[in-house]
Design a protein around this ligand. Structure first.
Ligand SMILES: [Zn+2]
Length: 450
């Protein structure tokens, strides 16, 4: 018998070709067993009502720096663009330790679940102390979100002409050895896995050419994915021209990253020929318009990327640049940004929902049905509350309404068949203790007095 039946949805969207009014989805032992029309519901040990709600696959976040929730809306940095913003925050991130990373990840993952997200990637790029990725994975296991830890890295310190203070950088060899250790300890390539590792030097503008090239070779040998930032800011374009004599995407190809093993964040400053090359290579893009617009760089054009054949997933990006961790909010921002760039006919709410589910799963290299409600897929489901005030008058297209009206919160966020949010509330214990710990640690990191 099924463990869980979610039934009576206003609309069930499978992202596998079906939109079913009054539909249901059944789950057993962490996988979807079926979906269907009203009147055909199977038996289940327990039933969750989706009456008055939209049901979709759980949203998938393809790019984030969760630890940055320790330095959110940090006053000295709020008027800066990327390089100055980083320069202001890097010294604070030197205060990261295992406790800071574990607590900030726990809080960030809980916030993501409250925004309807069930799987997230996360790039931790500052490593002032060892074993910080391990602390993230501990938090992910406690919260129960599916977690793709992107082992970030900076190996160029100010002494080597890089942008980062020495305390948050590591040597190239130390980084590569830790990547290998993390993959052998945690990476689970099996269908439905809860933890995977990707290798993720932060950006070509802050790491050595050797780290980029050797990371690509290591990822090939270990059969894991590659992730980095690419063409995020004009400063990065200038840096790559001056340092390598190439544009960012040419340097990316030069160091052996061009291919379908990699997905890259942002890709804002791209030319048509460069977008076509990414499309041909199968290199996917994590689109995070909230963050790049907030930092004054504008947004990548979602319609132009899609037209070039690039797979585009959605991402929140840094908790201190976007300053939120709601994929719903990011999806709404992406819809508005895409239509501003490509016109009203260019992009629909369904296009953006696809970027946040099916195409996001492709960014992360998931081939187990993640991002769809289809038999055998991982049992990740979000039941979205269609609030009676915000949705008053929305009758003709519930998917468009879901992204245009709002704000929308999940009634239930279910990961691997387990509710992380149930009836709008986190099912996790000690939430107030975790927030108190976060307040204490973030004040320390920001060097504020108690
Ligand atoms: Zn980022």
């Amino acid at each position: 018998m099924n463990d869980t039946l979610i039934r009576d949805a206003e609309l069930l969207v499978t992202m596998d070709g079906d939109e079913i009014p009054g539909g249901w989805v059944a789950l057993r032992e962490g996988t979807v067993t079926g979906t269907g029309r009203p009147g055909t519901e199977p038996r289940a040990a327990r039933t969750l009502s989706a009456r008055g709600a939209l049901v979709t696959p759980g949203l998938i976040n393809t790019h984030h720096h969760i630890f940055q929730n320790l330095t959110r809306a940090y006053a000295p940095a709020t008027r800066y663009e990327l390089f100055d913003w980083l320069g202001t925050l890097y010294p604070l991130w030197a205060g990261l330790d295992e406790e800071a990373v574990e607590v900030s990840t726990w809080v960030g993952l809980a916030e993501l679940a409250l925004g309807g997200c069930t799987t997230t990637a996360d790039m931790l790029h500052s490593h002032p102390r060892p074993r910080l990725t391990d602390a993230q994975i501990r938090a992910a296991r406690q919260v129960g979100l599916r977690f793709h830890a992107c082992r970030g890295a900076l190996d160029l310190s100010e002494r080597d002409g890089g942008p980062a203070p020495e305390e948050i950088t590591q040597s190239t060899d130390e980084i590569l050895a830790d990547c290998e250790r993390l993959v052998s300890t945690y990476h689970d390539p099996s269908p439905g896995s809860m933890v995977r590792i990707a290798l993720a030097p932060a950006t070509q503008a802050a790491v050595s050419e050797r780290l980029m090239a050797e990371t690509a070779r290591l990822a090939e040998r270990l059969d894991v994915r590659l992730h980095t930032h690419l063409a995020e800011s004009l400063d990065e374009v200038t840096y790559c021209r001056e340092t390598f004599g190439r544009r960012p995407v040419d340097q990316f190809e030069h160091v052996g990253w061009a291919g379908d093993r990699a997905w890259v964040a942002h890709f804002v400053f791209s030319e048509p020929g460069e977008r076509a090359r990414l499309g041909r290579w199968g290199t996917a893009v994590a689109h995070c318009p909230g963050s790049t617009m907030m930092l004054g760089a504008g947004a990548a054009s979602l319609p132009a990327l899609r037209e070039a054949g690039v797979t585009v997933g959605l991402g929140c990006d840094g908790s201190a640049s976007t300053d939120h961790a709601s994929l719903w909010l990011e999806a709404r921002t992406a819809l508005a940004a895409a239509r501003e760039r490509g016109g009203a006919a260019s992009t629909t709410a369904r296009d953006v929902l696809r970027a946040a589910t099916v195409d996001a799963a492709a960014c992360l290299g998931r081939e187990d049905g993640l991002g769809r409600l289809t038999p055998g897929a991982p049992a990740d489901v979000t039941v979205w509350e269609l609030d009676e005030f915000a949705f008053a008058g929305a009758h003709t297209d519930l998917v468009e309404a879901w992204l245009r009206c709002g704000p929308v919160r999940p009634r239930h966020t279910i990961v691997q068949g387990r509710p992380v949010v149930e009836n709008g509330t986190l099912t996790l214990p000690h939430t107030h203790d975790m927030l108190s710990a976060h307040a204490r640690i973030s004040r320390r990191i920001q060097r504020l007095s108690d």
